[in-house]
Design a protein around this ligand. Structure first.
Ligand code: TXA
Ligand code: MG
Length: 368
């Protein structure tokens, strides 16, 4: 299969491009498209054959359910069996980086939800995504457009690096603004429960819903079963916690703690590893680079910059691209630190701990 790329205006998508992409969706094909979070790999959510194509192209296990993307909240009734009252409190966060787990309508193929009686739905805040869903006139199932277990794509080039030759079309709308995936919120549990922290923060949800639980894996990043776990291991837990995910090719070691001790840990690792002849790559915010620059230059560490930690949105926007760039420079070990648990910090910690697949050092009190 030859993968076609079409450039599209992210703010005012050309009708001809959307029509061409919608045509691929309606014929049961696969289209990668930008959302505000990351690129998605889309197919007609109501066509089981098309949905099977998503799992095949990604190499994704059938046990991991997909998010159904809608053009607006009016489309909820197409895919959701029953709307909980709490939904009314969340209207100002929609469209946006928030995925809601709700009771599945029988119209949605079981494979979309990996056999569950729930369905995850999201209205993306991106003109290309919404334009595509409207033009296709069907809800679009879309996981992140990467091979299973890899880092999510924030540019069309990232998509092609993973999926060229495996999908029909990529809509290139430039880099995605948020840069990390949506928050997955389960509204079917007695207390609303965050299964995956993301672009909408815990505090934003608490302000609207009152009590909100954070699933243990999502809270600490600890204890994720890896991607190779047998399907039988995956039934009970929330599926968002299953993937040893967002992983670079090279070993990532993460330190979680306050900035000063974490920087001291990073500095000590750089010294110890380079003295052993190991090529070290570091993923650092601007404040880290300012303080560690002399040491890093002296030890010829490879550096990728994430932006200022005073602006976690900037760090989220840059994270995956910086991780891919660093990985491509082939360090033997990648070192990184977390950015706390406030706001987007929780989602950043979640993605970094998954990328480190358990290789995490907690300074101070450890996971909360
Ligand atoms: O920002 C995003 O959410 C991106 C863009 C493309 O929308 N999509 C994305 O999809 O990250 P994916 O498939 O990579 O991650 C979806 C997460 C998975 O962890 C999946 O297990 C969880 O949502 N999920 C999907 N359906 C679910 C369900 N019915 N119950 C619980 N979790 C579900
Ligand atoms: Mg994904």
């Amino acid at each position: 299969m030859q993968t076609q790329t079409l450039t599209v205006d992210a703010h005012a998508p050309q009708a001809a491009v959307l029509t061409a992409a919608a045509d691929v969706i309606q014929r049961g094909g696969l289209v990668a498209f930008p959302t505000e979070t990351v690129y998605g790999l889309g197919a007609d959510a109501l066509n089981p054959v098309a949905v099977a194509g998503i799992f095949a192209a990604k190499g994704r296990p059938a046990s991991d359910p997909l998010i159904v993307h809608l053009a607006d909240l009016d489309q909820l009734e197409l895919v959701v069996a029953e709307l909980p009252p709490s939904l009314a409190q969340l209207h100002d966060l929609v469209p946006g980086p928030l995925t809601l787990v709700l009771p599945r309508h029988a119209r949605v193929p079981l494979s979309v939800s990996a056999g569950r009686d729930t369905v995850a739905v999201r209205v993306p805040a991106h003109a290309v995504a919404v334009g595509l869903i409207r033009a296709a006139a069907t809800p679009i199932a879309a996981p992140s457009a990467n091979r299973f277990g890899h880092t999510s794509p924030t540019t069309a080039a990232h998509v092609l690096a993973d999926l060229a030759g495996r999908i029909d079309l990529v809509l290139d709308g430039g880099p995605t603004p948020v840069g990390i995936e949506s928050t997955v919120l389960d509204l079917t549990s007695p207390t609303p429960r965050i299964l995956r922290p993301g672009g909408v923060s815990l505090a934003q949800l608490q302000a609207r819903l009152g009590a909100v639980e954070v699933a243990p894996r999502a809270a600490t990043g600890a204890g994720a079963p890896d991607a190779g776990a047998a399907p039988t291991d995956t039934g009970a837990a929330a599926p968002g916690m299953l993937e040893r995910h967002y992983a670079p090719e090279h070993e990532l070691r993460l330190v979680c703690g306050a900035p000063d001790p974490a920087r001291a840990w990073l500095a000590a690792q750089v010294v110890a590893l380079t003295e052993q002849g190991v090529t070290v790559g570091v993923l650092l915010c601007a404040e880290d680079i300012a303080r560690l620059q002399p040491l890093l230059s002296a030890h010829t560490a490879l550096i990728e910059a994430l932006g200022s930690e005073a602006d976690l949105a900037q760090i989220a926007h840059n994270l995956y691209a910086a991780l891919r760039r660093l990985d491509a420079r082939a360090p033997q070990v990648i070192l990184a630190r977390d950015f706390g648990a406030e706001g987007l910090g929780l989602a950043l910690r979640d993605r970094l701990t998954r990328a480190a697949s358990g290789n995490v050092t907690w300074l101070g009190d450890g996971p909360a």
